[in-house]
Design a protein around this ligand. Structure first.
Ligand code: HEC
Length: 110
């Protein structure tokens, strides 16, 4: 009796861990898809930056595949602007800034 309970408990734990993992992947995929859309459209990043995953070849700003910025560097540049790059605070929402930053960070590894 006790043994059966333990097995069920482990089964349950296993199933919920697996579904948590799947769920998290779905969420982060969605963020990356949203990030790419912002990169190409609302944020206009593609106009100024070369970035392989987005298929862009702007050359006003640095090639993002070459500088491979970490996520905070992207968040800072996008939020506050840098040099001639405009600040996007107020143009993009916080969650849009987060999405586009995560996208640039993750895809610049490729
Ligand atoms: C009008 C052109 C322009 C647009 C639009 C633009 N950038 Fe930039 N970006 C630049 C320039 C120019 C620099 C280099 C600034 C400097 O170092 O003086 C830069 C720098 C950066 C950097 C490096 C920051 C650092 O710390 O060196 C990142 C990351 C970046 N941009 C990401 C983005 C993202 C993401 C977007 C879209 C939300 C975007 N940029 C939109 C022109 C632009």
């Amino acid at each position: 009796m006790e043994k059966k309970l333990t097995i069920n408990f482990h089964k349950c734990l296993f199933i919920s861990l697996i579904s948590m993992l799947i769920f998290q992947n779905v969420i982060s995929d969605e963020i990356l898809i949203e990030g790419k859309k912002i990169f190409l459209e609302k944020g206009n990043c593609a106009m100024c930056h070369t970035f392989k995953d987005a298929g862009s070849n702007g050359n006003i700003g640095p090639n993002l595949n070459e500088i491979k910025p970490d996520i905070m560097r992207v968040v800072n540049a996008v939020t506050n602007g840098i040099g001639v790059m405009p600040a996007f605070q107020g143009i993009l929402t916080d969650s849009e800034i987060e999405a586009v930053s995560k996208y640039v960070y993750e895809k610049s590894e490729q």
